[in-house]
Unconditional design. Structure first.
Length: 254
């Protein structure tokens, strides 16, 4: 059984078809890329997977369960987490606190215990802080744990968003342009880091990215969208030389 499956997923906004009958599936452990030129429908596809939008038609299943139209908070509790194209950190909180917030999705103590600051709540919070520190080590941010997140460089903020998403303990991690704004060295470090997230933390990864070198060096499977429709799918070697993909990016006739 596939981990995530889209079958003819479609979403319309009035007369605009933003995503049209897109179908693909991810198996556990995949490093999967979703690419295409600007306006291709990539982020909209992320949004229908994560409950931001309800698909107009078609189906989306996660571990065999239909999730089309499920609210975002329930999607997260099922085991799907994401980052955003526009960074959405809690800017006034520290780096560590941002990751702890993600961990509260799996918080086991009740509200009254937390308000009264009872031992179970204290122990739970300490556990979340310890887990958050381990995740900061994964994304190479442990040395700035106490720094306000707004004071981080752009590339470091990108990595912090990944750590916060990982704190929800997802099975499927969606990364929306994780390498955006990074210099070449940061991109190389990110590539190694994402592979480590899959190999050592058991997370399946679906990412959107415009840096083709990054995608081709990281992803094992790729789907290409153009104007909301799938135009190609396969391994990097096939995508790299596909005439339809070249035309979509360069505007040349097929």
């Amino acid at each position: 059984m596939s981990l995530l499956k889209l079958d003819a997923a479609t979403i319309k906004f009035g007369g605009l078809v933003a995503v049209n009958a897109v179908s693909f599936e991810l198996n556990k452990g995949d490093l999967f890329g979703l690419i295409g030129p600007n306006g291709a429908g990539k982020t909209t596809t992320f949004n229908i997977v994560t409950g931001v939008y309800k698909p107009t038609s078609g189906t989306i299943t996660f571990k065999g369960r239909s999730i089309g139209g499920t609210p975002s908070n329930k999607i997260a509790s099922l085991g799907i987490a994401r980052t955003f194209q526009n960074i959405r950190l809690f800017k006034a909180l520290s780096v560590l606190e941002n990751v702890v917030v993600g961990g509260y999705l799996r918080h086991n103590t009740g509200l009254m215990s937390a308000l009264a600051y009872l031992p179970p709540s204290i122990n739970e919070t300490n556990r979340l802080k310890a887990e958050a520190m381990e995740l900061l080590k994964v994304v190479n941010l442990a040395h700035v744990a106490d720094v306000r997140s707004a004071d981080l460089s752009y590339g470091m903020q990108r990595r912090l968003e990944i750590a916060r998403a990982m704190a929800t303990q997802p099975e499927l991690l969606l990364l929306d342009e994780p390498a955006a704004g990074m210099n070449p060295l940061e991109k190389e470090e990110l590539l190694v880091m994402v592979k480590k997230i899959r190999d050592e933390h058991g997370m399946t990864v679906l990412l959107i990215e415009h840096d083709m070198r990054f995608v081709m060096n990281l992803c094992e499977k790729i789907v290409v969208l153009d104007h909301g429709e799938e135009i190609a799918s396969g391994p990097p070697s096939a995508i790299r030389n596909d005439p339809k993909v070249i035309a979509a990016y360069l505007g040349e006739a097929v």
